[in-house]
Design a protein around this ligand. Structure first.
Ligand code: NDP
Ligand code: 2IT
Length: 449
């Protein structure tokens, strides 16, 4: 990665920091893209003239709203809802909704900003956006979650639509929440507009393989990186952080490809199972019973739970961070490299700190950045939109085959861009440039908007 910003890029970056005070995650995401795309601006000086970088860093629209709701005891609460509609050059705004107490504007903006380039890489017609709330779904009853989702949608419904903005899930938002939000949207608009949300249940317009798509896609991306080095998942020890949607289906696909997942986590700590995690147990524990990762040890007595600590201390061949932003630090990266890690696939968004990324690149570790590696989720959301538009429901194998092909294409596009711009093997620069150029070209075509 180019670690220094060039003069004009530094001016733009400083301006972004000044205009968006206190939004550290957004600054971090912008900085990485600005560092990466400098060589593309030499090839396309017209982007500089048209102020594409400045325009791309400014969301087209951002909305913050009050979400009042009542708990089961009748007590009233207020949370904050956010939707950032970042860029619609390539299609309707598209990106998930996150419910987590840490959510604030800076997190939603970093996610929305990254989503622009990720969605561009998929090759599908989707712009970039993101939303969320500081609501904490943990420990809430189904009816509390429902009331919250309904209240959230009372505001959100004005902003979204199948041709305008199409939200989906992210941390804390899965099929249950999407169901409640869809029901409320239908009620408020009097329209069964299937394509307004993705990640829907299979009984009312959801796509087979969307639930699996991010984890499967990330594993396919790492498989491509390994294949290019005549290597594979076969016999590899893999550490997957988190134990949510992305982590669960990363586990399933890694096992299918002959690897063994030896550690998984949640925000409380991590479990090590040297024999390899059992997919059935994890799926039941997390998706049905909504329990904690430490409860895995109740079913597999040989496994051990470590409270707190860093999951990256567990020696492995492949690391797949799939929990949250900045969960893998420079120190963690050094530990992974020391223990012989050969590849990293980012299932989460921005899970590695800039220092960690530099350590991996310096050590020649195959590094699949989030924008490329976890794009399978949103790509399959776009496939869900296609099915909804055609009132079709494709077979699991058909969607999975399309997802697999999309991930192969993303790998190819990313690695070719890295080669073309003089940094072979640097998929951070490759993904940022490839994603950026397409959006920038369309922004030029659309004129000054
Ligand atoms: P889930 O809510 O299903 O799972 C999140 C997991 O990460 C949980 O195990 C959770 O632990 C852990 N986690 C969340 N926040 C923190 C934190 N602050 N510190 C430590 N652990 C944390 O979310 P997803 O699996 O959907 O999302 C995981 C990541 O993947 C996110 O970065 C998301 O943006 C990204 N992503 C998701 C896509 C999708 O399709 N769902 C698509 C592309 C990227 P706990 O239960 O203890 O909170
Ligand atoms: O970060 C992401 O790409 C997602 N949370 C999925 C977004 C989507 O619209 O499917």
């Amino acid at each position: 990665m180019v670690t220094q910003l060039s003069g004009s890029m530094e001016t733009i970056y400083n301006d972004v920091v000044k205009r968006n005070p206190g939004e550290a995650e957004f600054h971090q995401a912008v900085k990485e893209v600005l560092e990466s795309v400098a060589p593309a601006l030499v090839k396309y000086p017209e982007f500089v003239e048209a102020r594409i970088i400045e325009r791309i860093c400014e969301p087209e629209r951002q909305t913050i709203f009050r979400v009042p709701w009542q708990d089961d005891k009748g007590q009233m609460h207020v949370n904050r809802g956010i939707r950032v509609q970042f860029n619609s050059a390539l299609g309707p705004y598209k990106g998930g909704i996150r419910f987590h107490p840490s959510v604030y504007l800076g997190i939603i903006k970093f996610l929305g900003f990254e989503q622009i380039f990720k969605n561009s890489l998929t090759g599908l017609p989707i712009g970039g956006g993101k939303g969320g709330s500081d609501f904490d779904p943990k420990g809430k009853s189904d009816s509390e979650v429902m009331r919250f989702c309904q209240s959230f949608m009372i505001e959100l419904h004005r902003l979204i639509g199948e041709h305008t903005d199409v939200p989906a899930g992210d941390i804390g938002v899965g099929a249950r929440e999407i169901g409640y939000m869809f029901g409320q949207y239908k009620r408020l608009t009097n329209r069964f507009e299937a394509g307004v949300l993705t990640g829907k249940g299979l009984l009312y317009g959801g796509s087979l393989a969307r639930t699996q798509a991010t984890g499967y896609g990330c594993t396919y991306f790492v498989e491509e990186m390994l294949k290019a080095k005549n290597n594979s998942f076969d016999g590899k020890k893999v550490v997957v952080s988190g134990s949510g949607n992305v982590a669960i289906y990363t586990l399933e696909k890694v096992v299918q490809l002959g690897g063994k997942v030896i550690a998984m986590s949640d925000s409380g700590g991590y479990v090590v199972d040297e024999k390899g995690f059992d997919f059935g147990t994890i799926k039941r524990l997390k998706e049905v019973e909504r329990r904690r990762i430490k409860d895995y040890c109740d079913y597999h007595k040989h496994a051990r739970y470590i409270e707190g600590g860093s999951i990256w201390d567990v020696p492995c061949d492949i690391a797949m961070p799939s929990a949250t932003q900045n969960e893998l630090t420079g120190k963690d990266a050094k530990e992974l490299v020391k223990n012989g890690c050969i590849a990293v696939g980012e299932g989460a968004n921005m899970p590695s700190t800039p220092e960690a990324i530099q350590v991996f690149l310096d050590a020649g570790v195959l590094f699949g950045p989030a924008k490329a590696a976890n794009a399978g989720g949103v790509a399959t959301s776009a496939l869900e939109m296609q099915q909804n538009a055609g009132r079709e429901a494709w077979e699991f194998a058909e969607v999975d085959a399309k997802l697999h092909q999309i991930m192969r294409n993303i790998y190819k596009t990313t690695s070719e861009a890295a080669d073309e711009f003089g940094v072979p093997g640097n998929f951070v620069v490759g993904a940022n440039i490839a994603g950026f150029i397409k959006v920038a070209r369309v922004m030029m075509i659309h004129g000054l908007i």
